[in-house]
Design a protein around this ligand. Sequence first.
Ligand code: TYC
Length: 101
Amino acid sequence: MPDTVVKPKTRTKTKVERPRLHKVILVNDDYTPREFVVTVLKGEFRMTDDQAYKVMLTAHQRGVCVVAVFTRDVAETKATRATDAGRAKGYPLLFTTEPEE
Ligand code: TYC
């Protein structure tokens, strides 16, 4: 009788998880002109005039507004660029990021 050869039946399942998305958040302040906020939103986040105005107004009225969600790198880069655009003009305009739940 030949020895019984037991082949282990294992399967390797590769699980790829989607990268967590991060929100870019616009923070209100008392000094940055509304029109400038709209210009930055349009330039950095490819928004229409209408979309940008609504986001600016929501931040103005409620204190903050979620602008958009991206992968972490993109969210951080855009938030930094948009904040720097304000700083270059001497405004305290601030964009922050936080991971989505
Ligand atoms: N509050 C500013 C003003 O009255 C306008 C503003 C809106 C600034 C949104 C920042 O995130 C902001 N001039």
